[in-house]
Design a protein around this ligand. Sequence first.
Ligand code: CO
Length: 426
Amino acid sequence: MKNNEQPADRKDSPPQSTGQSRSEFSLNRRTFLATASSALGIAAAQMVFPATSATATSVPNDPSRTPGKTSSAYGTRAVFVETQRQFFSTRSLTPLQHLSGIITPSALHFERHHNGVPVIHPLQHRLLVHGLVSQPMIFTVEELKRFPAQSRIAFIECSGNSGKEWKEPNGTTVQETHGLTSTSEWTGVALTTLFQEIGLKPEAQWILAEGSDAAALTRSLPLASILPHALLCYAQNGEPLRPEQGYPLRLLIPGWEGNTCIKWLRRLKLMTHPAMTREETSKYTDLMPDGTARQFTFEMETKSVITSPSGGQQLENPGFIEIRGLAWSGRGRITQVDVSTDGGESWQTAELQEPVLPMCHTRFRFSWKWNGGETILQSRCQDETGDVQPTLTDLIAVRGFNSFYHNNAIQSWKVTKEGQVNNVQI
Ligand code: CO
């Protein structure tokens, strides 16, 4: 990621989140009256709608008196919903502050690619498996779909997520600070199933996975570590993968940095040693304070963030606010999330929404009464291995300031007396 990247089109940047956050927090009399009058079909003509692309849509005063639209072949969201990825040339960010539950809609899953999203005809695509195998083989996507299938819900997080937050607060919104993580249901064939068919030679220790995008993105992965979980995926949230998620075939290593989940997968080579590709030497390594670099840091660490209220949002009135957020770990299940509403002086346990799945976003909630004063909101999670999300100070004490990847530090959101929510570091 480069710092000089600009939004591809400012008009397509998401609207300031204050617009949408108002509806979440406006439990006040004015909103109640507007809602009530709209429900009764009165005074709707005087209602002021926010300016959206739906402005041109004819909105009946009373929908119960006008026949609705007929059925359609492929659904679209309500014209009033404009939640968007924020996009740059080689990445786009999931709008975590506007999502509910744990599943990211496929169209809002974050993107990261190194030379664009390729167009691949599913009938032309091939997967070559070779190297230290009993018999090299080439598969079509249809052949892979004939194998017994597996589905699982898992997050994918770019190891560069929150990288720009290392030295100083950078992003305004949680989309900008944490938007390179998303969760989908993935379906495909287990790598072990495929290898039962092919047969591996005993000296096979590493596997090279290569994409067919114009970057031919390539990573070496330790075979024993990935075999229990790796999936060759052709479907996401019930339908074929989105092009930007690797259509027609991608690798999924649940819990590992997104870069290892090779998209547009065309080749797997079994080897004795890692290939030392660009993406595991000059990139995706972690430079430590002593000048050495950590290499092959695959697991995404225990991490959480409050998505609401979060940066750029506006609290309207003191009173009840449900704090909502996401927690995840590349090592297993989230077991606990604590929330602080006083800048880390005290912590209280948040409620976890089922299902709580391993290597998956977990939704947490915490009831809070804002007294109208200035304060700082934080979340801190723990996973089933006992790993606890660190403070930024603790992270920097170990990793120094050379690092960029794998920032899983606690995020702080400052609430001002005026109800503004800002990204801060404490
Ligand atoms: Co890494």
